[in-house]
Design a protein around this ligand. Sequence first.
Ligand code: MSP
Length: 657
Amino acid sequence: MSKERFYITTPIYYPNANLHIGHAYTTVFCDAVARWHRFEGKEVFYLTGSDEHGQKVERAAMEAGKTPQEYVDGIVAGFKKLWERLDVAYDDFIRTTEPRHTRVVQEIFQRLYDQGDIYKDTYEGWYCTPCESFWPEGRLLEGKLCPECERPVELVQEESYFFRISKYAPRLLQHIEEHPEFIQPETRRNEMVSFIKQGLEELCVSRTTFDWGIPVPFDKKHVVYVWIDALTNYISAVGYLQDDETFDKWWPADVHVVGKDILRFHTIIWPCILMALDLPLPKRVYAHGWILVESGKMSKSKGTVVDPNALIDEFGSDAIRYTLLREMPYGQDAKYSRRGLVERINSDLANDLGNALHRSLAMLSRYFQGVVPEPGEPKDIDRSVMELAEATGRQVAERVEKLEVNVALAEIWKLVGRLNKYIDETEPWTLARDPERRERLATVMYTVLEALRIVTLLVTPFLPRTGEKMWTQLGIAAPLSEQRFDNLAWGGLAPGTQTQPGNPVFPRIDVKKALAEEEDMEEKTDANVEAAATQEPKAQGDKAGAEDKANLITIDEFAKIELRVAKVLAAEPVQGADRLLKLQVDLGSSQRQIVAGIAQHYKPEELVGKSIVVVANLKPAKLRGELSEGMLLAASDGDGLSLLTVDGERAPGAEVR
Ligand code: MSP
């Protein structure tokens, strides 16, 4: 039986697009969906590419002193490099300047002309050169300015070829009605339907005012204008008019993923061209929203374009992939901020995912020399983890099928959260102290490691590098690339597997350093340090009074001490200091590092997840070279030391009085 197939595309990018994280979003999104479908055992074709013709490119090349071809060659090499750095595993990259594409465009143009769907006429309209768009007079801004870039438009009269798009409008409306899944999300479908119902103007499909395009085969004065050239990449890449077998295998595409600004072209112009060619329509066209920055859409002139290459250099590709995929809700816009990125890395990747693996492997090393033990009879609490792990696989599959990738990730992180909680609840460190509970410890540790194996399989399509690292640390011999959806079944981890603990898969980011340029953060930090610095001498100066002699303080003095609930996110020994542990704590509005002399009383993994009490306004200090921003409270007597923890659930940052 032949495998089910899945064909997914991104838009093809303009060489003058100056690729930013918005473009990276589409490509990474399609990559994650494509990888997931491969994981499900399907044969996948993932297409991306470049849209290289047009007047803007011609001009940019001239300004750069290059031929258009030289100019686009350089830029497209940069596109490919970026996709490689983001681990985008496309199956083909189509360039509209390749003969395999230009030939097909010419044949299509000829055929549509021969059958009377393309005709010659004169076009008069208001044209914006930078945007390469004609605008109806009614849409121009005052002073005859382009409604998009606000620059002057020109009245242009030009002999052009036109495509009789209106002829196909009734069929298109019928198709949309009969295939509600065709345009997604649904709100956009309604927009498209009302646009079609207003009546479609015939489409200008050739230009004579520039040369950098595919010549119209029967009239060399003209070049094919943008949409027939660009949209047909989706069929030229899979063998249309070149290789029938390949074409029949892949067409129609399962989904075209596009940004909301080009949905109209993909759900109106493109289907009409396909109908004229007697070809089936793509099964789905999904429009995602935009990635916005604080000031709105990223703009070159405002200098708000976020360069994905710089972010990869700083944080690594998986951190960028995760943040983009997790932040963008289905069909809606998402705000990007550096703070949001750093917080996602620290909370979801370093604390939740990285720490689950790190602490589990550390415990396995300590209790079982790093070898996965044979589990005993599971208890209800173990079964709850098994059931959630299995259910999560099904949930992720459903969400990815619906293109709700952000929700799919949230489902995986629910499992990660449950796993961390399971460790806190079962307390392997307590079990380890009792030799009679060795079998129970083995069951708990097996449950933890097996859940981590499943988490690894689930995250890999989204975070391929992290998946590889986790797989290596789990020590599983079978190659990760050969794992499929069926391997998600509980029990796949063989007892006896020797794990290979390594470095944390996501090191924590020093928030202050990473956000040093962000003004508000600087202000906050300064205020804290200043407050701490001014309090200390004052407290000492007050010591003269009689009450001080009796060691009494006033309520006002006590009020100066800011006590807060802090949740321990991570803990590890301080190199070369037997007594010290380094804790990363969540204080609600911020995260900090606290160094404490408790190593002889607590193991790092016992601390994670605990809600402790800290002095939050202590002047920062360095202990053995490690910054400590606060002090935790603990009770000690001759027998030992116990941390002050909070009874019941209190949010991190809650004030203690
Ligand atoms: N060349 C055309 C597409 C032709 S497809 C047959 C084009 N190219 S583009 O380079 O300008 O844009 C490519 C894609 O990037 C579009 O889907 C667009 O919506 C998307 N994005 C551009 N800026 C974006 C954001 N800020 N956020 C998310 N996507 C964004 O259009």
